[in-house]
Write a protein that binds this ligand. Structure first.
Ligand code: AVJ
Length: 320
């Protein structure tokens, strides 16, 4: 049975727009200019991301789903009776089903997502397929976690954070998030973490700069969204998509590069771009087993299992 999202969820629209405006203006006021990848995911951005996950070059989703299918039964056997699965940044929930299918004794599922629309669609579809499961969606930024909903039972809480979304966070943010999640999930918690692994730069760059241009559209959609929601004046075609491997920070970076000098007005403010200047829109950190173990240790978790799949490799990590 599904709890309807709280009525506040819809009213959050305006506050969310205000946060987007403040955050974007703040990021564009810096040097070098930055924007947070969390603003990619309006309806169109979420649709484009789903399209990315089916691209031949974008291996992480496919590789992770295959690996999860293999290991989910063994890991689910550790959940115990009446457990609750808490998914951070739930999105389209195809991977959720792999875990739910492997864990028939699960009592509750708590998807958390910043997009109220994506969240209620996903919650509805899970609710339909798993009638005995209590589905309790939570609208919000999983980085600034509200309390877990009531009535999700007293079993073990299992965090679920697949898709290498942890790679979007700065190292210190990732530690802060995993530390907060551990506190929030409480005594005896488990946490299933998906990470992408370091590999040859050609494979990595292709995954973020696909031949069909879907990732470029996904990146530029940030400007489209700003134009629509903030009445910003971006000339979207004046920005080129760039995907760059940064070996020192062990991360893929996406940038939007101004192809000429220009001035963009947002909210009465004029923001100058010179030709070649970029907005750094996303970092996707790539891990090694050692860097995952370091991250876990710094966050107070123990690595109970580390499973890497076949090339192009991603890994799933069970934390306790
Ligand atoms: C959903 C954040 C994991 O970083 O690979 C895909 C987003 N960006 N293509 C990633 C993304 C460009 C994706 N995450």
């Amino acid at each position: 049975a599904r709890d309807l999202p709280a009525p506040e969820a819809r009213a959050m629209g305006e506050a969310e727009t205000a946060r987007f405006r403040r955050d974007l203006l703040n990021g564009l006021g810096r040097s070098p200019k930055v924007a947070s990848p969390k603003w990619f995911y309006d309806a169109e951005g979420s649709r484009l991301f789903e399209e990315i996950t089916r691209l031949p070059e974008y291996y992480p989703t496919r590789q992770e789903a295959a690996l999860l299918r293999e290991i989910a039964p063994a890991w689910a056997a550790r959940f115990g009776p009446g457990a609750a699965l808490v998914e951070f940044g739930s999105g389209a929930s195809e991977k959720t089903r792999i875990v739910l299918d492997a864990a028939p004794d699960l009592a509750a599922y708590v998807p958390i997502d910043i997009s109220a629309d994506a969240l209620s669609a996903a919650a509805r579809s899970i609710d339909k397929s798993y009638p005995g499961l209590k589905v309790a969606p939570l609208v919000g930024d999983f980085l600034h976690l509200a309390a877990l909903p009531e009535g999700i039972g007293s079993g073990r809480r299992v965090g679920f954070f697949p898709g290498s979304t942890i790679g979007n966070l700065e190292p210190a943010e990732a530690v802060a998030f995993l530390t907060a999640a551990r506190r929030q999930l409480g005594e005896g918690a488990l946490f299933i973490l998906g990470v992408d692994l370091v590999k040859d730069p050609e494979t990595l760059v292709a995954a973020y700069d696909d031949a069909a241009g879907v990732t470029a559209a996904f990146n530029r959609n940030l400007l489209v969204r700003a134009n629509r929601e903030l009445k910003a004046g971006f000339d979207v075609d004046g920005f080129a998509h760039r995907a760059v491997w940064n070996p020192d920070a062990s991360r893929m970076e996406m940038h939007l590069e101004a192809t000429r000098d220009m001035e963009v007005r947002i909210d009465g403010r004029a923001i100058a771009f010179h030709k070649g200047e970029t907005i750094h829109t996303e970092s996707s950190r790539k891990f090694t087993e050692a860097s995952v173990r370091e991250l876990a240790a710094a966050s107070g978790w123990t690595v109970a299992a580390f499973e890497a799949g076949p090339a192009p490799s991603v890994a799933l990590v069970l934390l306790e």
